[in-house]
Design a binder for this molecule. Structure first.
Ligand code: DQA
Length: 153
């Protein structure tokens, strides 16, 4: 199964932006770690369909909308960190609501413990689950959850 790992605005700056909040790993480091984790999951899952990860980051809302709209042609599911769009982009929320594949919302930081404007996620209701506050581990948990969900549905 092909899985798209989608990261929104400013996540290309991981490792440099606000390290006290987002740590020192770069986005490439994060993607490498997640790919390694996927290999481990695949090994544990034996003969079952292997998860193959595809990574994409952009700072542009319209590009994200286009990618989400077309994702079901190629991917079985999406792990998505909408970054700042989380809190206000109804256009992206509607794109997620309109696709027939499962989308898991993920955040590096714990948006519920930060400024008030980060507490609202417009994606929460249209995603199958939300993982937050654990850095790379949030993405790992999201991946394990998504694979299980895809297998059951
Ligand atoms: C974030 C949290 C958002 O509030 C913020 O705008 C981001 C990253 C996270 O991964 O913790 O850019 O989605």
């Amino acid at each position: 199964m092909k899985i798209l790992v989608l990261n929104g605005p400013n996540l290309n700056m991981l490792g440099q932006r606000e390290p006290a909040i987002y740590g020192t790993l770069s986005l490439d480091d994060l993607n490498r770690k997640l790919a390694q984790y996927a290999e481990g999951l695949n090994a544990d899952r034996g003969e079952k369909d292997k998860a193959e990860l595809f990574f994409y980051q952009t700072n542009h809302e319209g590009v994200l909308i286009d990618m989400i709209q077309k994702a079901s042609e190629t991917y079985a599911g999406i792990i998505y960190n909408p970054a700042a769009h989380t809190h206000y982009s109804i256009a992206l929320r509607d794109a997620v609501a309109g696709v027939p594949i499962p989308v898991v919302e993920v955040h590096y930081s714990d948006i519920a413990q930060r400024e008030g404007f980060r507490h609202l996620s417009v994606f929460k209701e249209v995603c199958i689950s939300q993982f937050k506050g654990k850095g790379v581990v949030s993405y790992e948990e999201a991946l394990a959850f998504l694979i299980e969900y895809i297998e059951k549905h």
